[in-house]
Write a protein that binds this ligand. Sequence first.
Ligand SMILES: *Cc1c(COP(=O)(O)O)cnc(C)c1O
Length: 398
Amino acid sequence: MPVAAQPRLARATLAAAMSALPYLPFTRPSIDEATIAGVVEVLRSGWITSGPQVRAFEEQLSRHCGGRPVRALASGTGALELALALAGVGPGDEVITTPLTWVATPNVVVRAGAVPVFVDVDPVTRLIDPDRMEAAVTPRTRALLPVDLAGRAVDRDRLYAIAARHGLRVIEDAAQSFGTRWRGRPIGSFGDLVCLSFHANKNLTTAEGGALVVNDADEAARCERLRLQGVVRLDGGEQEVDEAGAKLNLTDIAARIGLGQLAHLEAFQAQRAALAQRYFERLPAELGLDLPPADGEHTNWHMFQPVLPLERLRITRADFLREMHARGIGVGVHYPAAHLFRLYRGLGWGPGQFPHAERIGAGIVTLPLFPAMREADVDRVVDAAVAILAPALLPPHR
Ligand SMILES: *Cc1c(COP(=O)(O)O)cnc(C)c1O
């Protein structure tokens, strides 16, 4: 049945039936009982901040990252901050990044005293466009800061070719792409500085937390100093400080959650992929949604995000979010284009500069997708979206 022909009565009945269903959030962490018991054990152990759990977590993360040194941190934002420090980014430097990201990405550049240089995204992948990235390189460019939005890997071959041609550091904002592979290799297992986040909404969580993958023992040691006040512990209880560090260590409580999560990572990813597949199968083409690339090889399906065809709709994105919420379904917005925030307009950026990022940022919605979801939940989301969007579609232009 063509979606536009769905009768009103059926829609109303459906909505009423659905209101009895439990609220479906756009994401929810899966924490098993063994992890909860493990956290309780940590709480009872007498040592709750950084200690043996953090070391064990780092060891496992490193194994996941091909044996590279990994240091656990209090947040993904903290990982980006320390990566900028390790890359020597400071006042006057330019860092090339995407407007289509969580605002943490450009914010850390500003806070380092450097200048975020935005370039537009590829309209299909929604990731920073490598050609535009290279065209934006100037003598002041210090680093490239690509973002694996929704878990989809930025083309690492082209990224590192550009970095090599211009002698630039790469800071991968892989906050969303832990578990993603690039040509079969796990993100984090190769490349320059790789920043991970374990925020509650990410594929692997520690409630709040992050990690930085570095290149060698020297960078790892500097990362350890910078995450805890710059303190170096010497023999005999002596200490030394050469540079003012931050306060970004992870707690053992958080690390224990992460250890419990790692055991399920593969299963989580498999379920996410199955749910994404179900969305592709069930979302009717007639709705005119701009869907993400179907290729599942280079993503961990951190988010499933259609872009609403706003120019063809009688309703706004806010209307859509409200209507979905009324049906007991949570929908997120990740993300409005960052260069349009007042802070960045004040730095000289503005509307019209990045048409792809602006269109996507204005119409993007994050549909529910998390490992505890069932295919029936996807069907419920699709039915609700159809009920809201089909009657709101304007007739095609003649
Ligand atoms: C989550 C996220 C961050 C920041 O991570 P936190 O752990 O929340 O500090 C940075 N960049 C992107 C793209 C993110 O999704």
